[in-house]
Design a protein around this ligand. Structure first.
Ligand code: HEC
Ligand code: HEC
Length: 279
């Protein structure tokens, strides 16, 4: 419940006078009710009450939508929700819980290509969420989710997931040893006849990533990894700095894509630890 106090005596419009204070115990879910409670206090509660909103319209002569937008803004700033809370239960704007797709530990789902988020770099994650929102990275599943996140939500979620222990996605489907071996040669040496640098040059010798720019790709599922390479080829992902990955992806054949994806999926996402076998 949030209480909005209008300190300007007789001030007719609580949203035009800046001098209000908020006290919140944020339970931002669903729609909002605004109920005049005495001269100076309005109480905002979860729960849709159209009649109450109409009454407010009559009182202050503000269009309903504007009022709604104001409330969303006000409650948004008051209720900076923790990343963990949004991850587990979604946010007030209707973003679903991240755990339903990315797993309770942020480990991802190999069979669906939902990526592991746990232990990824926070700066990288924030940028991806922005890019899903601004369309530089197009995905029909993740795009609509990202559009429901505020800048504060994105930061909170990225910090939360970056703080979770890195975890390997399950290996699925099992690749043949030959495919993995050819992926390894490619990843470590590149292919100079095609003008392709080694993946390891940017992503690190073990695919553990470098800072916010070069993401960790070790221990991510092969389906997710190959989806990304294909997305760059198709031009639906075009958010990489200086088009580095786009240029590389364009030169990869279908078998290169599956080989490198299979190889990185067999590596551990935790430095100096053997690969775990998560379910
Ligand atoms: C309905 C399923 C679904 C839900 C719910 C969902 N995601 Fe995703 N997410 C995906 C899919 C699918 C992808 C991969 C998209 C692609 O292939 O480009 C993805 C990708 C991502 C990525 C990019 C990871 C990387 O390595 O580049 C981030 C970050 C992310 N999601 C964060 C979140 C957060 C935070 C939430 C909760 C607010 C969330 N997702 C909720 C399905 C979902
Ligand atoms: C010149 C540097 C460079 C090289 C070489 C390179 N990458 Fe990347 N890669 C990047 C950058 C930068 C990003 C982050 C793009 C972004 O910010 O969206 C990236 C992102 C990725 C991602 C997406 C990870 C995620 O979580 O969504 C995959 C997969 C990937 N690279 C695979 C490869 C593979 C496989 C190779 C070798 C064939 C390779 N990269 C070579 C720079 C490089």
């Amino acid at each position: 419940m949030i209480r909005i106090e209008n300190s300007a005596a007789q001030g007719p419009n609580p949203f035009r006078n800046t001098a209000f204070r908020f006290r919140s115990a944020c339970q931002a879910k669903g729609k909002w009710q605004l109920r005049p409670a005495g001269d100076r206090t309005w109480t905002v509660k979860p729960g849709a009450h159209f009649a109450a909103l109409k009454q407010v319209k009559a009182l202050y002569g503000m269009p309903l939508q504007v009022l709604f937008a104001c409330l969303a803004m006000l409650t948004g700033s008051v209720c900076a929700q923790s990343g963990e809370k949004i991850a587990k239960a979604g946010n007030a704007a209707g973003a679903p819980a991240c755990v339903t797709c990315h797993g309770p530990s942020g480990q991802g789902q190999s069979t669906t290509g939902f990526p592991r988020l746990a232990g990824m770099n926070a700066g990288y994650l924030v940028r991806q969420l922005q890019n899903f929102q601004d369309g530089a990275r197009v995905n029909p599943i993740m795009g609509p989710v990202a559009k429901l996140l505020s800048a504060a939500d994105r930061q909170a979620l990225a910090t939360y997931y970056a703080g979770l222990p890195a975890i390997d996605a399950a290996v699925s489907p099992a690749a043949t040893a030959t495919t993995v071996a050819s992926g390894e040669t490619f990843a470590q040496n590149g292919n100079w006849s095609k003008g392709l640098p080694a993946c390891a040059q940017c992503h690190g010798t073990k695919g553990l990533g470098v800072g916010a720019t070069f993401p960790k790709i070790a221990g991510q599922s092969s389906l997710y990894l190959s989806n990304q390479l294909l997305a760059w080829q198709a031009g639906t992902r075009k958010n990489d700095p200086m088009g580095l990955m786009h240029g590389i992806a364009l030169k990869l054949s279908a078998s290169d894509v599956s080989a490198v994806a299979a190889y990185y999926a067999t590596l551990s996402s935790v430095a100096d630890k053997p690969r775990s076998a998560n379910p």
